[in-house]
Write a protein that binds this ligand. Structure first.
Ligand SMILES: C[S@@+](CC[C@H](N)C(=O)[O-])C[C@H]1O[C@@H](n2cnc3c(N)ncnc32)[C@H](O)[C@@H]1O
Length: 313
């Protein structure tokens, strides 16, 4: 395990409660999309579950999750972490392709493939995708996360990548985003996240669509968090991500160590400052208590604007 994912050694020590707070950024979006359609229980597969951060999150939300992990060491660590008596989590140490093939058609409400599909050889990926599609219920949500630089080196990044998996006949794309990779589990500079919905023959009802639009507000909060963590990365700090505070980020904005030499990064930094400013001005961000507290004391917007001006000058 440490050979491929050294950071998981510490991760394995986390309690279940701590682990349930460490889901991938867009798995929350999947839960939101399901909830918007009234799907609050049901069956989810977490393909290549690793140490199960997404499995544990979804189980806590009330879904029954089959966590599939074919690496014996990682699967054993996952089983040990989950322990006995977790009725709504089933860990399977098998290739994901075999597990998907064995579940009944039309039985899945959600499917998470966070960094695993790129392990499957391109020649076999369409069969994997077709099998997933066939096992989804109408309204089911799929979350895919994959590297922009193909892990297998013999395919293209999205949209070509998505074509290697699905024909998209019965799947509609709800959301797609590329961003710099601040995540630990996929080795690439940029990563894609795509949310798909299995159609039910009709277009989603307007009520469901309205709820989904409302959920984009939630998503912009996530963009804010990512922008913060990107600032840290660009400023040469370690990945502080979701635990960084506004004060810490502002301290960085005020110093900009070595930013002039980093011409290439300048425009990207600017973009992230803009996201921070934009999202801050349109959202109360009440969900992030530590930000809300900090905002009472700091005029973040004018300081971010000052940062942008400094970058432009
Ligand atoms: C990039 S990691 C992602 C882990 C997890 N999804 C997360 O976000 O934390 C990919 C995982 O998929 C597993 N894996 C790779 N190919 C697989 C396959 N064919 N079947 C099941 N698991 C697989 C790897 O062992 C690894 O743990």
């Amino acid at each position: 395990m440490e050979k491929y994912f050294p950071e998981w050694v510490a991760e394995a020590e986390l309690t279940l409660e701590q682990a349930s707070e460490r889901q991938s950024d867009y798995v929350e979006l999947m839960a939101d999309f399901l909830r918007a359609q009234g799907i609050t229980t049901g069956k989810i597969i977490d393909a290549g579950a690793g140490l199960g951060r997404n499995t544990i999150y979804c189980a806590k939300k009330g879904y029954s999750v089959t966590a599939v992990e074919n690496d014996s060491t990682i699967a054993a660590a996952l089983k040990a972490r989950i322990g006995e008596g977790r009725g709504n989590i089933d860990v399977q140490q098998q290739p994901i392709e075999d597990v998907v093939a064995s579940v009944p058609g039309g039985s899945l409400d959600g499917y998470i493939d966070y960094g695993t599909s790129s392990y499957i050889p391109v020649a076999q990926r369409r069969a994997y995708g077709a099998s997933i599609e066939q096992k989804l219920k109408p309204g089911a949500i799929v979350i895919l996360h994959f590297p922009d630089i193909p892990a297998t080196r013999d395919d293209n990044a999205y949209p070509g990548y998505l074509d290697t998996l699905f024909d998209l006949h019965d799947l509609e794309i709800l959301f797609s985003r590329i961003e710099s990779n601040h995540n630990r589990t996929v080795k690439a500079d940029r990563v894609w996240t795509i949310a798909l919905r299995k159609t039910d023959g009709a277009i989603a009802t307007s009520e469901v669509l309205q709820k989904m639009v409302a959920l984009r507000v939630e998503e912009s909060k996530q963009r804010f968090m990512m922008a913060l963590s990107q600032l840290w990365v660009f400023l040469g700090m370690k990945d502080v991500g979701q635990t960084s505070t506004v004060q810490e980020v502002l301290a960085c904005i005020n110093t900009f160590p070595g930013v002039d030499e980093k011409e290439k990064q300048k425009s990207e930094m600017q973009e992230y400052f803009q996201i921070v400013a934009e999202v801050y001005s349109s959202n109360p961000l009440s969900r992030f208590d530590f930000i809300a507290q900090s905002l009472e004391q700091i005029d973040i917007e004018s300081r971010v604007q000052r940062g942008i001006q400094r970058l432009q000058s």
